[in-house]
Design a protein around this ligand. Sequence first.
Ligand code: G3H
Ligand code: ZN
Length: 284
Amino acid sequence: PLVSMTEMLQKAKSEGYAVGQFNLNNLEFTQAILQAAEEEKSPVILGVSEGAGKYMGGFKVITAIVKALMEEYQITVPVAIHLDHGSSFETCAKAIHAGFTSVMIDASHHPFEENVAITSKVVELAHIHGVSVEAELGRVGGQEDDVVSDGIIYADPQECLEMAKRTNIDALAPALGSVHGPYKGEPKLGFKEMEEISKLTGLPLVLHGGTGIPTKDIQKAISLGTAKINVNTENQIASAKTVRQVLAEKPDLYDPRKYLGPARETIKQTVIEKMREFGSSQKA
Ligand code: G3H
Ligand code: ZN
């Protein structure tokens, strides 16, 4: 069923695993991720960035595709459609009205008071619709779509506590050294802050930039209260590699089904691996 993230993440947190957010880029990603979740009996969060939303034809188109595929595949596991890095109240409202079950309001580049004010407004609307809300503090490094970060800023635990108290959010993404896209060298995650923020807020924490984080760090993050891990680049790299291989082996090939089909299979396998790594397999 289509659900918000709230129960999914509470359960994950209390049982010591994390639910993967896997970003949609096109139809094949959507198919692969839903199939992987059902096969693994895993809850799943479908991440939709503003850029991917535009690319796929708008939020309403995405909701319609997801609902139709869920019916076609007879999906029994909990699925959330989640706006990833919503940049304004307006975009969040659009996603909510299009039937998304969860939104992230990323006002982390605004001064703290403004971040709290925008986030509160989103929570108020979202909760009327039974939609969950994720907020962000600090700054994730790297680049995602058009969102270029000008450096990593670690989230401040006291601000996280304030945010939790004043906004009624359902999940918190404190930036603690993670990066969108591939890492240059080993990631240096702020585990001390992660533990503190988890204890102070009691909220399920979200780890952005899940691509390229070593398994030991993933496990440590989960043990310190991380209940959601976002992955996009890893699926993009894996599927692009498959497309390159297929086209290199068969230079005369032109039917998109013949290269996107194998790419879809690669995405599915990559997602299955992540679900096992995060411990969400067989938890639906
Ligand atoms: O919000 C999306 C994620 O944080 C994706 O990060 O592309 O580095 O896996 P990633
Ligand atoms: Zn992110």
